[in-house]
Design a protein around this ligand. Structure first.
Ligand SMILES: *[C@@H]1O[C@H](CO)[C@@H](O)[C@H](O)[C@H]1NC(C)=O
Ligand SMILES: *[C@@H]1O[C@H](CO)[C@@H](O)[C@H](O)[C@H]1NC(C)=O
Ligand SMILES: *[C@@H]1O[C@H](CO)[C@@H](O)[C@H](O)[C@H]1NC(C)=O
Ligand SMILES: *[C@@H]1O[C@H](CO)[C@@H](O)[C@H](O)[C@H]1NC(C)=O
Ligand SMILES: *[C@@H]1O[C@H](CO)[C@@H](O)[C@H](O)[C@H]1NC(C)=O
Ligand SMILES: *[C@@H]1O[C@H](CO)[C@@H](O)[C@H](O)[C@H]1NC(C)=O
Ligand SMILES: *[C@@H]1O[C@H](CO)[C@@H](O)[C@H](O)[C@H]1NC(C)=O
Ligand SMILES: *[C@@H]1O[C@H](CO)[C@@H](O)[C@H](O)[C@H]1NC(C)=O
Length: 435
């Protein structure tokens, strides 16, 4: 029964995981670009652009977004506050993936200013170096804005025609943006609430993420153990790559890695040599059982020498999640993704304490213990029930060991149809172990 349940949930998960642009753990997740036409002058138009990271757990990390679009006509940017337009822009990212071969034609590329930008170049909510936390972990900082004034060489603007540009891109691996659509004009409150303004026209562009497009290879794996069995089930061999494979270099434990950090590029992982070759391993240990509660210890280990993961997070799918009673040294937030099904929760670090998962080494791990209330209707240690159905780290799904390798209760017989005597024996054993 338990196995059937696990297989069923795996089937469900697989079924819910189409390859492109949809994450079953964050079904509404998106980054929205909002284009507000604020004012039309004789020959220019003032536009305010905002970017909101409406994802539950995926951040936009350094080097940050590089926003681009194509103009419908011969528009040009006259000036800009809170961000800057780079000349033509760097198209190598797109050339490499062959996504937008003509990206450099008529296409401005905008980069964010750094937080210390001169006061005269700032606007409200600007200048974040392109970095946007998810709205769960950065409820006050998940959005950014800048302003620009647009002119055209030929036809003048009038308040009757706003032609929104197209082909928006965030310049971030794995994201693709849809077409702009006109929405009811935004309302703004300015001057600390003293003045209300309204945009003349507003367009929204929705961008979504695909893990497969961002990185076809996984970046995280899960290992398992339990108090009732000595076996530690490791991450599956070659979860994220294989040692010795071309293009997958690694650093032997004890050697000092050489890290080449190029400016304006995300650091390439430099991983410790392991049989799984993942930058991140999540270990789930079923630690103890009490009469009404059971306890799990989770350890997240960083095997990447090139990166400190700030604002890291874990999303866990487990049928007992709704009965989480206490979480030690991590923040916890239940996620209600599908109406009444509450089997998913998010764990993340406590600010200034363990919200940065340090680079590989002695301090490169974070740990928590979680106390669950046993829900008598569904709770069991049999057949792997106590292990998570799914885990993701920073929004990327982790590779799990196959269910038939999970640590097993001693003498609980094989999966499928345990003999009645076996069942009784293991129930007695369970009673002995648990109480
Ligand atoms: C984008 O995310 C927001 C916040 O979750 C949601 O309200 C909105 O419907 C999403 N947009 C789309 C097009 O899914
Ligand atoms: C805006 O509309 C005016 C009048 O209809 C037209 O002359 C002009 O070419 C249009 N401008 C743009 C930028 O499309
Ligand atoms: C998007 O780019 C394509 C190819 O460069 C171009 O043909 C098309 O007109 C652009 N769309 C918009 C709305 O600018
Ligand atoms: C457009 O985007 C803004 C900002 O994300 C949001 O508040 C608004 O609801 C969106 N409008 C529609 C119709 O989706
Ligand atoms: C990670 O943080 C530590 C401590 O702040 C710092 O010494 C180290 O250089 C950082 N590593 C990377 C790769 O940024
Ligand atoms: C899940 O959570 C929602 C919101 O807290 C609640 O209304 C619902 O009853 C819960 N469902 C179950 C099965 O516990
Ligand atoms: C577990 O959570 C569910 C839903 O919130 C609740 O109905 C049930 O009583 C809880 N069980 C225990 C043992 O706390
Ligand atoms: C512990 O679990 C492993 C993996 O399922 C299994 O092979 C082994 O027999 C179990 N050990 C005991 C003592 O039951």
């Amino acid at each position: 029964m338990g196995l059937a349940l696990i297989l069923f949930s795996f089937a469900l998960i697989t079924h819910l995981s189409p390859t492109y642009g949809y994450d079953p753990l964050d079904p509404n997740g998106n980054i929205t670009i909002k284009w507000d036409v604020m004012q039309v002058n004789d020959d220019t138009q003032d536009v305010r652009l905002s970017i909101f990271n409406y994802q539950l757990f995926r951040h936009v990390e350094p080097p940050g977004w590089r926003l681009s679009w194509t103009w419908p006509g011969d528009e040009v940017i006259m000036n800009m506050l809170g961000a800057e337009a780079t000349e033509q822009g760097d198209c190598s990212l797109f050339r490499a993936t062959n996504q937008l071969p003509h990206c450099c034609d008529k296409k401005p590329v905008i980069i964010d200013l750094l937080p210390g930008a001169p006061f005269t170049k700032q606007v409200a909510n600007c200048c974040k170096g392109g970095v946007l936390p998810s709205f769960t972990q950065g409820p006050d900082t998940f959005g950014a804005a800048f302003q620009m004034s647009i002119g055209t060489a030929s036809a003048p603007f009038s308040s009757a025609n706003f032609s929104a540009p197209g082909n928006f891109s965030l310049g971030l691996r794995g994201y693709s943006c849809g077409d702009p659509f006109e929405v009811p004009p935004s309302k703004f409150i300015e001057d600390k609430g003293r003045r209300r303004t309204q945009a003349l026209a507003t367009y929204n562009v929705t961008c979504s993420y695909s893990q497969f497009e961002a990185s076809p290879a996984p970046t995280c794996c899960v290992s398992l153990s339990a108090f009732y069995n000595d076996t530690i089930v490791p991450c599956p061999q070659c979860s994220c790559g294989c040692q010795g494979q071309t293009g997958s270099n690694c650093v032997k434990s004890g050697d000092s890695p050489s890290i080449l950090q190029l400016p304006n590029e995300a650091p390439q992982p430099v991983v410790q040599c392991t049989q799984h070759m993942c930058p991140i391993r999540v270990h789930w240990h079923v630690k103890e059982s009490y009469r009404e509660y059971w306890r799990v210890k989770i350890t997240v280990t960083n095997f990447n020498y090139a990166k400190n993961y700030s604002q890291w997070n874990l999303v866990v799918l487990h049928p007992n999640i709704q009965n989480v009673t206490q979480v030690f040294s991590f923040n916890y937030k239940p996620l209600h993704l599908y109406g009444n099904i509450n089997d998913t929760g998010m764990f993340y670090g406590i600010q200034y304490y363990n919200d940065i998962l340090l680079q590989s080494g002695d301090n490169g791990n974070v740990q928590t213990e979680i106390l669950f209330h046993k829900d008598s209707g569904i709770f069991t240690f049999r057949e792997g029930w106590a292990f998570p159905r799914k885990i993701s780290f920073n929004g990327d799904q982790c590779v799990m060991p196959p269910p038939d390798h999970y640590p097993r209760l001693p003498n609980s017989g094989h999966f499928g149809a345990p003999a009645r005597s076996g069942l009784i024996f293991s129930s007695l054993f369970l009673l002995a172990v648990l109480f």
